[in-house]
Design a binder for this molecule. Structure first.
Ligand code: FAD
Length: 258
């Protein structure tokens, strides 16, 4: 497989750095081809602005969506954006690896998503009508590819349990899993989460690598999270609300998992 690992940690000698090195080695030993986008090392520009789309005229109002669309369609995007889009098209599997910072991804990685996910590439794809609301949530440019998160968290596993104070980890990661990965078409695999990361010594690191190694060995066979596709009948259109008979007793994030 072709695997793209998008990695967001500023310090190569960190736990994340060690896990990244382990992952690349393991995947390459298994015969995969791996590309790493090391965002801090690349000095990745995190903010989406008018410099991203050569389309913008100096005196025109910058429109983040429409200028992105125009630049994507006319080959006017910043080179760094186009290169990451090419890597995404090349990859069979995308791995996003990051420390959990303020219950989400580090800003540099959010900026990678905002800039690389151009209008016409990751959203605004497919027919938009009364009958269809575009190719998204299970369909789209990246359909047929797999994606997985590798996340380290300072908090304990119990803090992220169904009744834990931080909220369930599946809820915290839902906007990334469902909104960033499933939306443009990825099949999303269950995440690999390291809890209580500050309490890592060599013995624990070794166990961690064994577990992560098994997940990486199994990338092609792991069952994805069964999010409900938008256009397969579970949602009414154009309201895009679950039909009353689907998950009738469930609200919130969990209702969108079949
Ligand atoms: P490091 O600090 O580099 O390492 C962690 C431990 O692993 C250290 O003890 C180190 O010695 C050891 N280690 C590193 N490499 C190895 C190796 N090869 N072998 C053996 N041991 C090793 N946590 C939450 O749960 N929720 C949050 O919302 C949250 N928000 C945060 C926001 C910010 C801005 C910051 C800075 C932290 C936040 N944290 C949060 C904590 C954060 O998730 C952890 O600091 C992070 O996951 C640790 O990963 P790291 O790669 O930086 O680890």
């Amino acid at each position: 497989m072709n695997i793209l690992l998008v990695y967001a940690h500023p310090e190569p000698r960190s736990l994340n750095g060690s896990l990244r090195n382990f992952s690349v080695r393991r995947l390459e030993e298994a015969g995969h081809v791996v590309q790493v986008s090391d965002l801090y090392a690349m000095n990745w520009k995190a903010s989406l602005d008018e410099n991203d789309s050569g389309a913008t005229q100096r005196d025109a109002r910058f429109d983040p969506s429409l200028d992105s669309k125009h630049a994507f369609e006319h080959g006017l995007q910043s080179e760094d954006i186009a290169r990451e889009q090419e890597k995404l098209m090349w990859a069979d599997t995308l791995i996003l690896q990051f420390p959990l910072w303020w219950f989400s991804m580090p800003a540099i990685l959010k900026g990678w998503v905002e800039r690389v996910y151009a209008y016409g590439f990751a959203y605004g794809v497919g027919e938009h009508s009364d009958a269809r609301w575009g190719d998204r949530y299970g369909e789209g440019t990246l359909a047929g590819k797999r994606a997985m998160l590798i996340v380290t968290a300072g908090g304990w596993e119990s803090h992220y349990s169904p009744r834990g104070i931080n909220g369930p980890i599946d809820d915290i990661l839902f906007p990334i899993h469902h909104g960033i990965l499933y939306y443009p078409g990825f099949d999303v695999l269950p995440p690999f989460v390291v809890y209580r990361s500050g309490r890592t010594d060599e013995a624990r690191f070794s166990v961690m690598c064994d577990e992560l190694g098994r997940r990486l060995d199994d990338l092609a066979n792991t069952t994805p999270i069964p999010f409900r596709p938008q256009n397969a009948g579970a949602y009414d259109i154009p309201g895009l609300t679950l039909r009353p008979e689907i998950a009738a007793d469930t609200n919130g994030f969990a209702a969108h998992i079949g």
